[in-house]
Design a protein around this ligand. Structure first.
Ligand code: NAI
Ligand code: MG
Length: 497
């Protein structure tokens, strides 16, 4: 194994630069303005208000989007309620046909969706093209298959839909989070009102067009745009039977308080501060790739990001040397360029949050390092950053930064690794790197995290349930477990009787 990092750097850092390889922006058509998608058509918001969505990589104005208020929420919920009876009455096989149709349309229009996602969100086209859009389509295919097999979901015979679901999603994986929410809800016979995040509404609005193209019955999917107030009005509406929320822990807690005692079902997918544990017997080069993927994928805007690296003391220096060498090869810049690894931070507010938190890292005594890379003049950018010598109690070790920032801690024994990994109010995900299968099982058994990856990181598959413990929320999305969030199980029916 080569340990001389200069020699490695010479080998893997070419002295030439990549020529730009931009994806064709014209693949996506952006309208000047968008209405609300209610009852199968685009309608004006009743107060005629709107807000702008921009491209975070350039700060370019992309479109004006309708701002929904409580009256618009009311209209959307009424449309979903009206559609619910007919949708529930369809056989599972018929509902499945619509979901298959949507899945195929997402595939057919994948390049258009990928360009639009990259423009509106700032993420590299490589990721929207290879991860976000195909995984979103996969969720519709997967749940299309479940629609006529719900009797076998483990919830007893003939489980029933809940009714109308209010769904609120964040900006980090806009179309993918939409798919995680809408596909299972529809497969189980529910209708939905979904609110995308205010900085990334465009792929949800293109999805509304796909629903029209698929001839989905009007009102089965309604999409309303707006910010926190619109989301709060949706949660507060007494015509919804279930709320599904993905976003910050603060808002999740507020929603839980708001719904306490109402009987409205709730699932929450919130933040995380995942430990990525590297034992001394791990395949180090693969582990370094996994560390990079764990925290620098999607600019670190990932709830399950491996933001706390726990590395066994004896291999710490080797891992950090190799990591720095690898980070020096990452290309930051135009997200539409197919060579780009690190895109733009999603908003000025998020950049501000990341900057403030990382500043505390330095003031609390950790050592900060970033590769040399030129940041574009326009837009919101943050260099990939690692902190070593991080104290367990420091803010960068305890709080979710939600940016391309890695905090490195060390451990000597497996027990110490477990104690440090679980020393967090969150419990969404974790990673384990080791050569030994028995050690993977021993460690996974002791980690308090909903998802544990072994010798890999950030793998998403519709068949696999995803969700957290503690302040990371409750409920699962994906797999058979995810269906339970949209069905009334037999014991619920018993209680209702
Ligand atoms: P946020 O939780 O405010 O936004 C997420 C969604 O909730 C958006 O659609 C927003 O419009 C909506 N929302 C906001 N306030 C609401 C309310 N009172 N009632 C109902 N819906 C409401 O998250 P934000 O401000 O964009 O990000 C702040 C931090 O949250 C990030 O730095 C990150 O740490 C964390 N976060 C975690 C995410 C995850 O995937 N778990 C996703 C986004 C943010
Ligand atoms: Mg935007």
């Amino acid at each position: 194994m080569m340990t001389d990092t200069t020699a490695v750097a010479d080998l893997i850092t070419p002295s030439w630069d990549y020529a730009p390889a931009p994806e064709a922006r014209g693949l996506a058509t952006i309208q000047a303005s968008y209405g609300l998608f209610i009852g199968g058509e685009f309608v004006d918001p009743h107060a005629d208000t709107s807000f702008a969505t921009i491209a975070p990589s350039t700060e370019e104005h992309l479109a004006e989007v309708a701002l929904a208020d409580a009256d618009d929420v009311d209209r959307a919920v009424a449309a979903a309620r009206k559609a619910a009876k007919g949708w529930q009455k369809l056989s599972g096989a018929e509902r499945g046909k619509y979901l298959f149709r949507i899945a195929r349309l997402l595939q057919e229009r994948a390049r258009e969706f990928a360009v639009l996602e990259t423009l509106d969100n700032g993420k590299p086209i490589r990721e929207s093209r290879d991860v976000d859009i195909p995984t979103a389509a996969a969720h519709f295919f997967y749940h299309a298959g479940w629609a006529d097999k719900l009797d076998h979901a483990g919830l007893g015979p003939n489980p029933q839909p809940l009714g109308v679901a209010g769904q609120i999603i964040p900006w980090n994986f806009p179309l993918l989070m939409l798919a995680w929410k809408i596909a299972p809800a529809l497969a189980c016979g529910n209708t939905v009102v979904l609110k995308p995040a205010e900085t990334t509404p465009l792929t949800a609005l293109l999805f509304a067009q796909v629903c029209q193209q698929a001839d989905l019955p009007p009102g089965v999917v309604n999409i309303i745009t707006g910010a926190g107030d619109t989301g709060a009005a949706l949660v507060a509406h007494d015509g919804i039977d279930k709320v599904a929320f993905t976003g910050s822990t603060g808002v999740g807690k507020a929603i839980q308080r708001q719904l306490a005692g109402t009987g409205t079902r709730l699932t929450l997918e919130l933040g995380g501060k995942a430990a990525n544990i590297v034992y001394d017997d791990a395949p180090i080069d693969q582990a370094v790739e996994g560390i990079v993927d764990g925290i620098f994928f999607n600019q670190g805007h990932v709830c399950c990001a491996g933001s706390r690296l726990l590395v066994q003391e004896s291999v710490h220096d080797l891992v950090i040397d190799k990591l720095k060498t690898r980070l020096a090869t990452l290309r930051l810049g135009d997200p539409l360029d197919k060579n780009t690894d690190i895109g733009a931070i999603n908003s000025a507010e998020q950049l501000e949050r990341i900057t403030t938190l990382t500043d505390t890292g330095t003031s609390e005594g950790a050592e900060r390092w970033s590769p040399d890379c030129v940041l574009p003049d326009q837009g919101f950018w943050f260099r990939p950053t690692i902190f070593t010598n991080v104290a367990q109690a420091s803010r960068i070790a305890t709080e979710e930064i939600f940016g391309p920032v890695l905090s490195v801690l060390t451990f000597r024994t497996p027990d110490e690794a477990i104690a440090k990994a679980n020393n967090t109010p969150y419990g969404l995900s974790a990673g384990i790197w080791t050569d030994k299968g028995s050690r993977i099982l021993w460690t996974a058994d002791r980690l308090k995290a909903g998802v544990v990856w072994a010798n890999t990181f950030n793998r998403f598959d519709p068949t696999s349930p995803f969700g957290g413990y503690k302040e990371s929320g409750f409920g699962r999305e994906g797999g058979r477990h995810g269906l339970a969030g949209y069905l009334a199980a037999n014991d619920d029916i018993e209680v209702a009787r």
